[in-house]
Design a protein. Structure first.
Lengths: 181, 327
């Protein structure tokens, strides 16, 4: 009986391992969904069912940590400075100029945005784009705490993503789009 | 046991073929240990078998005092203890002597200084020069002049690696936020294989390097050639390959000196075609292997930082033509 309980416990523990599942190369998650961000609310027929609320890698701790590595490798840090913001807007706060949903963040990286955000479409492979999306969303605590990175490869200058208090997203006005007075 | 021993030869990394004084010294030291240990092993086994063969004399549990055999036993044990002490002393003296002789190499003034950064899972190599414009960056293939001391400065930005070229010297770890050095010197020309010797993640086994020792004149010629910017594309096809490179995703990680590509995340490809191997000693550098590596690196080295690239056939051929011209 005791052995049975032990085996069952091990199985239950294994079920949690998907959080660490490592998929090195897979078909681009967005391959079948070219219409990620819609500019019009009108669609022929019914609306497509909503995409997964956390994006393809929003539940995968390994993919999020890969996103964190890529955030440095592709020099996102150069403007966003570990999420604190510098030349670019901060990413660890509650304000989202162009939307906080995974599709919005994806579109922002791929299309670029006015006032300095370069368009990375065609430069970063799709899988890595989604890993970056997951990491960017983890910075303000939009992912589960056990998925968010808990450490830094360099000297930690601020609390880890995991330790941060989740910040419910609020929309903000893009710079230059304020109503004229 | 025999199978396990024969498997040890499968690595393709000759550990006991010295290519320099330090490598010879380490190989000799290893052989000394082997022979002494072998003699000790044989002696122990012989006495053990002898003891098993003998029958017990007298009633069980009762030892009769016998002055003659007592004396024999005392002499035998004393001789055995003495021999053990001598063997240990010989090994100790030899170890200290070997360590000192390896240290001498590090004290010599180096003719060439190389900075090696171990990354998951390749070697980022910079040839240091007081003139910044003469500093040169390459990857995984290190040329050194025969008969001259080369100082290797080691660093790591991610995890602990270990630099090990058995023919030339022992191992030295690359530890994040710490500077380590090791000196190497080849006494004869040749190509010596090296390998990361500290488990560093998924592709640790495919983190190899090559040391090419050549006469000083040949080394200087190589260094001069490597300092030059990349060869401009020679044909329209190669020009298109260049455009694919700087216009696509390659440019985000790789550098080709003389073009817009200047990223330092991946290996420097300025003179890619002059190298013998691809992907840190994983594949021979042929157009076919290069194409396979670009399109599907994850099936060659699962987990490698190089992402899969879906290129059209035309673009891939153009890219291969361009990269093949980077001599």
């Amino acid at each position: 009986m005791r052995a049975l309980v032990a085996a069952a416990t091990c199985l239950v523990l294994l079920a949690a391992c998907e959080r660490e599942q490592r998929r090195f190369a897979e078909v681009a998650p967005s391959a079948g969904r070219p219409d990620m961000v819609r500019l019009s609310p009108l669609t022929p027929g019914g609306a497509a069912p909503a995409a997964s609320p956390r994006g393809p890698y929003g539940e995968n701790a390994w993919a999020v940590s890969e996103g964190k590595r890529l955030f440095q490798a592709y020099n996102c840090n150069g403007c966003h400075a570990n999420g604190g913001g510098g030349m670019g807007p901060p990413l660890m706060d509650a304000k989202w100029l162009y939307g906080s949903e995974p599709e919005n963040v994806y579109a922002t990286i791929v299309e670029g945005r006015p006032n300095g955000m370069p368009a990375f479409g065609g430069k970063i492979p799709d899988q890595q784009l989604w890993e970056l999306v997951a990491y960017v969303r983890s910075m303000s605590g939009l992912l589960r705490a056990d998925v968010r990175p808990s450490r830094d490869d360099h000297m930690q200058v601020m609390e880890s993503e995991q330790a941060r208090r989740p910040q419910p997203p609020t929309s903000a006005t893009p710079p230059g789009a304020e109503p004229r007075r | 046991m025999l199978v396990a021993f024969s498997l040890a030869g499968c690595s393709g990394l000759p550990v006991l073929d010295g290519g320099g004084a330090a490598g010879d010294r380490i190989a000799g030291h290893w052989r000394l240990h082997l022979w002494i240990a072998l003699v000790v092993l044989i002696g122990v086994v012989v006495f053990l078998l002898d003891a098993m063969r003998r029958r017990a004399t007298g009633a069980a549990g009762v030892l009769r005092p016998d002055a003659a055999s007592e004396r024999r036993l005392t002499v035998g044990v004393s001789v055995a203890v003495g021999l053990t002490a001598v063997a240990l002393l010989v090994l100790l003296v030899a170890s200290v002597a070997t360590g000192r002789s390896l240290g001498i190499l590090g004290a010599e003034t180096p003719a060439v200084t190389i900075e090696i950064t171990g990354r998951q899972w390749w070697w980022d190599v910079t040839y240091w020069d007081p003139v910044p414009a003469h500093q040169m960056r390459t990857a995984n293939e290190i040329h050194i002049p025969v008969g001259q001391t080369v100082l290797v400065k080691l660093a790591s930005p991610d995890v602990i690696h270990s630099f090990w070229v058995p023919a030339l010297n022992g191992k030295q770890d690359l530890i994040p936020s710490r500077k380590n050095t090791i000196a190497i010197k080849a006494d004869r020309a040749g190509t010596f294989a090296g390998q990361c010797a500290e488990y560093c993640g998924l592709q640790h086994a495919h983190m190899r390097l090559l040391i090419v020792a050549e006469p000083p004149e040949a080394f200087q010629a190589w260094l001069q050639a490597q300092r030059q910017p990349a060869t401009p594309p020679a044909s329209a096809l190669a020009q298109r390959g260049h455009d694919v490179f700087v216009g696509g995703s390659c440019v985000l990680c790789h550098a080709i000196v003389g073009t817009e590509a200047a990223a330092r995340t991946g290996p420097d490809l300025t003179h890619l075609a002059s190298r013998a191997m691809l992907a840190a000693g994983t594949l021979p550098n042929t157009p076919g292997h290069l194409a396979g590596w670009i399109v599907d690196p994850q099936s060659v080295k699962p987990g490698t930082r190089m992402p899969a690239n879906s290129l059209g056939a035309d673009d891939l051929q153009a890219l291969l033509a361009y990269l093949g011209g980077l001599r």
